[in-house]
Design a protein around this ligand. Structure first.
Ligand code: NAD
Length: 340
């Protein structure tokens, strides 16, 4: 029986990446029925909302979604549909692995980091107001419940995936109450894993410096929402850029898989953008759905195509288009490493 999965193609380069990714996922032989729903710029024009109710209903019903990027106006206009989607569906954990691949021109060869970002609160709670005409206030919310929940997720991920260390990232030297509570919550949860998973913490500015100098010292990082967003782009840069960085938003009732990158409007409709990040997000989805061998096989196919360097997109120094890269991955799936 085919698995019904919600597909949100999104804006900008999203639709062409979604097309490439669903073709690749169909080629795994698992069997998907894609329930395609629109969100973003197109639905602002037709329904007045970037995230119509039928999108939330579809994800809640199918429990799994594959999503392209959605454009968010900067400075004014609608609240981010991405943030609203994560908050409304309780997708509290944002998982963003950053792993080196052969064939990419990067500063390091053996980066293997996993970012676990809290997805529901912090400055993304969206509580902002003007204080008179010339000052603005943005409220940072950190709760013990959400901090302990994300720390538990990071430790459980470490246990389940053979990882050895969790590093909590914060600025508790300055924000002694909010980031202090985040750190204290991580320490509380870490105590349950003593002897199994190592625990340490880093101040976020030092963490950034350490990551660009010696990323090999780190393993799983757990961060509040804003630092998690910034540090995951930094880590994407360490392993070849946004074009190859996948992500997952996971909650108790549903999960949405999407690339780290945005809608890159200047490349929309040009068959130019790299679909790797969305395809690898699809591999995370396969693992989540209970198909770990298929996921490993798909990741191996992507890695092989990139290592070979013949059918890569512009950002990796090649001249193949979005669809052509997907074709190369599909051709490779038959011969890639692990049997499915
Ligand atoms: P972006 O990630 O869209 O693009 C930044 C640059 O990265 C691009 O100009 C391009 O050079 C490169 N890039 C990104 N994806 C690529 C790909 N697949 N292949 C090759 N190169 C790629 O970031 P931005 O310009 O800051 O944001 C554009 C829009 O996307 C904004 O409206 C932003 O709010 C939105 N956004 C959405 C999400 C999401 O839907 N989850 C995430 C981030 C940004």
């Amino acid at each position: 029986m085919a698995h019904r999965v919600t597909l949100i193609p999104g804006d900008g380069i999203g639709p062409e990446l979604a097309e490439a990714t669903t073709r690749v996922l169909d080629a795994t032989g698992i069997g998907f029925e894609w329930e395609s729903v629109q969100a973003g710029e197109a639905t602002i024009a037709t329904t007045g909302s970037p995230l119509p109710d039928n999108v939330l209903e579809s994800v809640a019903r199918n429990k799994v979604a594959l999503k392209g990027p959605i454009t968010t106006p900067v400075g004014a206009g609608f609240r981010s549909a991405n943030v609203t989607l994560r908050q409304k569906l309780g997708l509290y954990a944002n998982l963003r692995p950053a792993r080196s691949m052969r064939g990419l021109d990067t500063r390091y060869e053996n980066v293997d980091l996993v970012i676990v970002r809290e997805n529901t609160e912090d400055l993304y709670a969206g509580i902002e107001h003007m204080v008179g005409p010339d000052a603005a206030e943005s409220i940072k919310i950190i709760t013990r419940a959400a901090s302990e929940r994300i720390a538990r997720f990071a430790f459980e991920y470490a246990v389940a995936n053979g990882r050895h260390k969790v590093t909590a990232v914060h600025k508790a030297n300055i924000m002694k109450l909010s980031d202090g509570l985040f750190l204290e919550s991580c320490r509380t949860i870490a105590a349950d894993y003593t002897g199994r998973i190592e625990f340490e913490d880093r101040i976020v500015d030092n963490m950034c410096m350490q990551l660009v100098q010696k990323p090999e010292l780190y393993d799983v990082l757990v961060l509040p929402n804003l630092y998690g967003d910034i540090v995951s782009d930094l880590c994407a840069g360490l392993v070849g850029g946004l074009g190859v960085a996948p992500g997952a938003n996971i909650g108790p009732d549903a999960a949405v898989f999407e690339p780290v990158h945005g809608s890159a409007p200047k490349y929309a409709g040009m068959d130019k953008a790299n679909p790797t990040a969305m395809i690898l997000s699809g591999a995370l989805m396969l693992r989540h759905m209970g198909y770990p061998e298929h996921a490993t096989r798909l990741e191996a196919a992507v890695r092989d195509v990139i290592a070979e360097g013949v059918a890569t997109t512009y950002d990796l120094g090649g001249s193949t288009g979005t669809a052509g890269f997907a074709d190369a991955v599909i051709a490779r799936l038959g011969t890639a490493g692990v049997a499915g």
